[in-house]
Write a protein that binds this ligand. Structure first.
Ligand code: NAD
Length: 398
């Protein structure tokens, strides 16, 4: 099988690595100066480390590398069976490239996009074969994160999801099906993890390090501030802003002014040496500040309670809108961004009535629709129900 990757950046390079290690012939197309060299050097480095750790033999390394090629000529993708586009998150750039790439493909090739937040429908318009196109959304770092969101668009063929699911399972990934809605599953459900933490900080409830420490005490590997510093405020803010705009400025997704200020000042996080934390004395700055944080445990609980209940509410809303099944919501957050528990299971464990009471309290206090409870949450509480895969059809909505 020949796999072509458009854009040999962080994501494209990792996706190509997975395909190559699964025995595919891989060609990367990238036309930015230096991109190809950086990508091939990073693959050499990764394979070198795998050899050192005994996870790959020298012979395997040589053989795998012999099936990987990098090119700045789009005709190198000729005859590909699968193309995964992973260029910059820009609708115009992606559309132009997808339409050009399609001209090099047979009618039976699959064309996919790794977009995090753009509409699959918008990307598909103007394609000759939109039925062969859809979203195949990997998580960073792609070779290590098992989750892949499969996102058929309004024009994707009925066989798109099944074909991608079969392929992703064969590649050792965990595929979840998502509707073509802003942020798909993970980038929608995870929004409050960042934005509510920043809101708490803006309100002066606690310091950055205290909020991070409180969130980590619940089993999250990183706190919201150190994570956004790692992701980069350019990337994280852009996703929030896009999801917010695409949901018609729903206050649940409203971006934060303090994050925008960081972005405007060019303080993008670890990659620029300063974001919410200052890394001028070393990359351990965030962890050290959290170790020094002395947060009142009751306040810590309140902070976590608010962030968690908003994530659970967003998870339920995702089920309610038919974007994904309860199981897939939980798989997405645990396998895509390492949450210690899936939001649906977490809500079930905490009790739906408890989650509702936290949201209603905040809704009343702030008068802000960002805290409005999902109708499904109200239903679960009023019926004292458990949320399973098949029990959404009780026509309680009308
Ligand atoms: N970084 C993440 O955490 C992450 C996670 C999931 C999905 N994504 C999505 O994956 C895509 C790529 O993200 P990334 O982080 O790898 O970006 P990146 O900036 O690391 O890589 C983008 C690459 O695309 C190349 N490129 C840009 N325009 C091009 C064009 N017209 N033709 C050919 N190559 C071109 C650039 O040279 C660069 O190498 C985006 O759509 C992003 O939203 C990113």
């Amino acid at each position: 099988m020949k796999v072509a990757i458009l854009g040999a950046g962080a994501m494209g390079t990792g996706i190509g690595q997975i395909a190559a290690q699964q025995g595919c012939d891989v060609v990367y197309f990238d036309n930015y100066p230096g991109a190809i060299g950086r990508s091939s050097a990073s693959i050499e480095k990764v394979f070198g480390r795998l050899v050192e750790k005994g996870r790959m033999s020298e012979a395997e390394k040589t053989e795998t590398l012999s099936r990987m090629n990098w090119s700045d000529d789009l005709s190198s993708i000729d005859g590909a069976d699968l193309v995964v586009e992973a260029v910059i998150e820009d609708l115009k750039v992606k559309k132009e490239l997808l339409q050009k790439a399609e001209q090099h493909l047979s009618d039976t090739a699959w064309l996919c996009t790794n977009t995090s937040s753009l509409s699959i429908a918008a990307l598909s318009s103007g394609l000759k074969h939109p039925e062969r196109f859809g979203g195949l959304h990997f998580f960073n770092p792609a070779p290590l994160m098992p989750l892949v969101e499969i996102v058929p668009g309004i024009q994707s063929g009925e066989d798109f999801a099944d074909a991608m699911e079969e392929l992703m399972v064969a590649w050792g990934k965990i595929p979840v099906l998502a509707k073509d809605t802003p942020g798909f599953i993970v980038n929608k459900v995870a929004r409050p993890f960042y934005s509510e933490a920043i809101k708490l900080y803006e309100e002066g409830v606690a310091s950055i390090a205290e909020i991070d420490a409180a969130v980590k005490s619940m089993g999250f590997r990183m706190g919201p501030f150190e994570l956004t510093d790692l992701i980069g405020h350019d990337v994280n803010y852009k996703v929030t802003e896009t999801v917010w705009g695409q949901f018609y400025y729903d206050p649940r997704f409203r971006p934060s002014i303090s994050q925008k200020r960081l972005l405007e000042a060019g303080l993008l996080g670890r990659k620029t040496g300063r974001g919410f934390y200052n890394y001028s004395s070393g990359m351990d700055a965030a962890v050290e500040a959290q170790e020094d944080a002395e947060l009142d445990p009751i306040l810590g609980e309140k902070i976590v309670e608010r962030i968690l209940c908003l994530i659970i509410n967003e998870g339920l809303d995702t089920v309610w809108l038919g974007i994904a099944s309860p199981t897939n919501v939980d798989l997405a957050l645990t396998k895509g961004v390492n949450y210690p528990k899936g939001p649906i299971s977490w809500g079930q464990e905490l009790g739906w009535d408890y989650v509702l009471s936290v949201l209603e309290r905040c809704h009343k206090f702030y008068g802000d629709d960002r805290y409005r409870p999902c109708p499904l949450l109200r239903h679960l509480v009023s019926e004292n129900a458990e949320l399973g895969e098949g029990n959404l059809g009780d026509s309680f909505m009308i």
